[in-house]
Design a protein around this ligand. Structure first.
Ligand code: UN1
Length: 511
């Protein structure tokens, strides 16, 4: 296990970190309010970060506006080369950054490394994209006319990210936004500010080495920053990842000024376990989906919809698998499950269990908070499993904790209706070796989610696909496929190279 103090030093984390960074310049040591970052692993303070003031915010925005004027004129493949260098820097820092993610956020070290790998992957993807960003050409109805579309950068893109993927979600947005020619202003979760400071250091070094202006990528820390961004007309696009509750507010505020949003909000993801499923594979998919990142992914598996013929046998296997889970220090690679982010999350977990019980949930694996020994942070909880009905209020909500709900079904139509019968629409899966079932699940009559998998769980998507979901998940798409279009403005161009001015639709207008 790596010495945390060395990791922090390598990543440039100091006891007090500045409130903001515009790339080259770090925010002044103004004695402003600070946030302390505690590790959920052991409850120890890691470091403090200053909170950005309204003045800090103005400095950052002015620098970003200036930087955009330069950055947008750098050819896209050259911008891609800068992102390539970011990917290389992330490769060099993978071990330290992955360790910090695990220590500050609490996910297992393997998942911490996996998160940095996602950053590297999206950089590679964005580099290729930087030579594409294709627009279409169309045939004009008028002679000697040419028609095409091109994609231009939007300007300042604000990225508001959550604690659960404290580095990867920023990179999905930043890598694409940057090759598209935008500049980025990042407000990370106040629960994981040091991961953000580390990323900003890494990118700022790359920008400096290329002698690029400060402000191409900036960092602003503090809860008040989010609202300043939502109401700021200088920001044409706000990409928000977080809860549906806050997403609703962001969406309304930004739409109120006709800004654009990319919303990646809550999930309530289910796996349908058919009677034709490979049960051993299904167990691994379900357990990783439910307890990975201690149930704090937006793609975490929250519900299993199990065929009645195999319900008892599958439940017995599941209970056995839960009995083998090792809960503890996420930096110790023998453990499967680390802590929740903080004690407030533990309270939410306990309240959800209580509410479930009051609605009739029957726990087949009991939950509870772990105490003493290595659990002194008070953030370690037992992953639990309950038999429920889909309509229970608690089952309809996303609880960011390792609570898994079991629901029984008879027919596939019924299973799909249960799977779709929640307000959220992020990720979904079916475990089946039956081709008809798999195809029905993926058809127009099947899953209503942004992600639908066959013989894979609900979490752990690759960066190459568009990531996001429908309904209360917000409809946004980040990461792969053509999600880049969300970070650009489309312009349709018609050029007349004739010596007359024919009007479209054959309209006659003579003077
Ligand atoms: C999130 O939880 O916000 O698909 C992102 C996954 C990861 C990303 C999750 N690649 O589980």
């Amino acid at each position: 296990q790596k010495d945390i103090s060395i990791v922090l030093k390598n990543l440039g984390i100091l006891d007090i970190n500045p409130a903001y960074s515009t790339g080259k310049i770090w925010g002044p040591d103004s004695g402003a309010a600070t946030i302390e970052s505690f590790s959920p692993v052991n409850g120890k303070k890691i470091a403090s970060v200053q909170v950005a003031t309204a003045d800090d915010y103005e400095n950052v925005m002015k620098t970003a506006e200036q930087a955009f004027l330069t950055w947008r004129n750098i050819p896209a493949p050259k911008r891609g080369d800068v992102v390539r260098q970011l990917g290389d820097a992330l490769r060099a820092n993978k071990e330290d950054l992955g360790t910090l993610v695990s220590y500050e956020m609490g996910k297992s070290l393997q998942e911490g490394f996996g998160e940095v790998q996602e950053m590297i992957d999206i950089c590679d993807f964005a580099v290729g994209l930087s030579r594409q960003l294709y627009g279409l050409t169309m045939h004009s109805e008028r002679p000697s006319h040419r028609m095409y579309e091109q994609w231009h950068p939007m300007g300042i893109v604000s990225i508001i990210s959550a604690f659960n993927f404290p580095v990867a979600v920023w990179s999905w947005n930043a890598a694409l936004a940057l090759v598209c020619g935008n500049v980025c202003v990042w407000k990370p979760s106040s629960k994981t500010p040091l991961c953000a400071v580390a990323c900003q250091h890494i990118l700022a070094n790359v920008l400096q080495a290329n002698d690029l202006p400060e402000g191409i990528s900036a960092l602003l820390i503090g809860n008040a920053v989010g609202d300043m961004m939502n109401h700021d007309k200088r920001i044409p696009l706000v990409s928000f990842t977080g809860s549906t509750r806050i997403g609703r507010h962001v969406s309304a505020a930004v739409a109120g000024r006709f800004g654009q949003t990319i919303l990646e909000l809550g999930g309530n993801n289910a796996i349908i376990i058919s009677k034709d499923a490979d049960l051993d594979m299904s167990i691994i998919g379900a357990v990783f989906g439910a307890v990975g990142t201690a149930g704090q992914r937006c793609t975490s598996t929250r519900r299993l919809i199990i065929h009645e013929d195999i319900y008892d046998a599958f439940t017995a296997k599941l209970v056995k698998a839960y009995g083998q889970l090792r809960i503890g220090d996420p930096l110790d690679q023998h453990n499967h499950v680390g802590p929740l982010i903080d004690t407030a999350a533990v309270d939410m977990y306990l309240k959800a269990i209580e509410k479930g019980k009051s609605e009739g949930a029957k726990f087949v694996v009991e939950g509870g908070v772990l105490e003493g020994g290595n659990y002194t942070s008070g953030c370690y909880v037992k992953p639990c499993v309950a038999e429920v009905k889909n309509h229970y209020e608690i089952v309809q909500e996303e609880t960011f904790a390792p609570i898994l709900y079991l629901i029984k079904y008879k027919t596939l139509d019924q299973a799909i209706a249960l799977q779709n019968g929640v307000p959220q629409g992020l990720s979904s899966a079916i475990m089946t070796l039956n081709l008809r079932e798999a195809e029905q699940f993926l058809s127009v009559n099947g899953s209503d989610c942004g992600i639908a998998n066959v013989n894979i769980g609900t979490s752990g998507a690759e960066i190459g696909g568009a990531f996001g979901g429908e309904k209360e998940t917000g409809g946004g798409r980040e990461s792969g496929s053509d999600a880049w279009k969300g970070y650009m403005r489309r312009q349709t161009n018609t050029i007349n190279y004739s010596n007359t001015l024919p009007l479209a639709q054959g309209i006659k207008f003579d003077l």
